[in-house]
Design a binder for this molecule. Structure first.
Ligand SMILES: [Cu+2]
Length: 193
């Protein structure tokens, strides 16, 4: 009897967890330039070996551009410094070619064609959209940044990739922008009056 109810409870937990994951993938993120103009979308889907990003963007200069996941879901122009450093939960060094790298948020350069459009898929190897430390949704989320220049894959801290020219917030719910309590001193709703 007890074995049966434990099994039942476990399956309920597993089903709930599966539903939860499903609702988190795919996530569509709007990308903006430093003036706040929309450049298109980046769609994030969890896969067994990482998170795939499907890019549909336009308005770029042709050539190679660095692309990284950065640590905060904040895209304030014109420099997008609010996005913070690269997403690096394992405290490694920057660069796909660095022996002590890479940052989890490091990816190969994007190649933009003459028409300035980007229609491709990239992969954040080892990342998830779950609740673990490698999740792109950890805390309040992270951000996707595209740079002016190519990432040389080895120079600290960002491969000499230059200015941040596109930014998108990787969060669960864009309309949920009313900053949920993230202050660690703030554990839960407190009625003051
Ligand atoms: Cu970057």
């Amino acid at each position: 009897m007890r074995a049966i109810s434990v099994t039942l409870m476990l399956s309920v937990v597993i089903i709930l967890a599966a539903c939860n994951e499903q609702s988190r993938s795919p996530i569509e993120v709007d990308m903006y330039n430093p003036d706040g103009d929309s450049l298109g979308t980046a769609t994030f889907s969890e896969q067994p070996d990482g998170v795939q990003i499907k890019l549909k963007l336009s308005g770029f200069e042709s050539g190679l551009h660095g692309i990284h996941v950065h640590e905060y879901p904040k895209c304030e122009g014109p420099d997008f410094k609010t996005a913070g450093n690269h997403f690096n939960p394992e405290s490694k060094l920057h660069g796909l070619m660095h022996p002590e790298g890479p940052h989890l948020g490091d990816m190969p350069n994007l190649e933009v064609a003459e028409d300035g459009k980007i229609d491709t898929e990239v992969m954040v190897q080892g990342a998830t959209l779950k609740d673990d430390k490698n999740s792109l949704l950890v805390g309040e989320g992270t951000s996707l940044i595209i740079h002016e220049k190519q990432d040389d894959g080895i120079t600290q801290p960002a491969g000499e990739s230059g200015a941040r020219i596109a930014c998108g917030k990787i969060t669960l719910n864009e309309s949920n922008e009313t900053e949920s309590p993230s202050n660690p001193a703030d554990d839960g709703p407190q009625k003051e009056e």
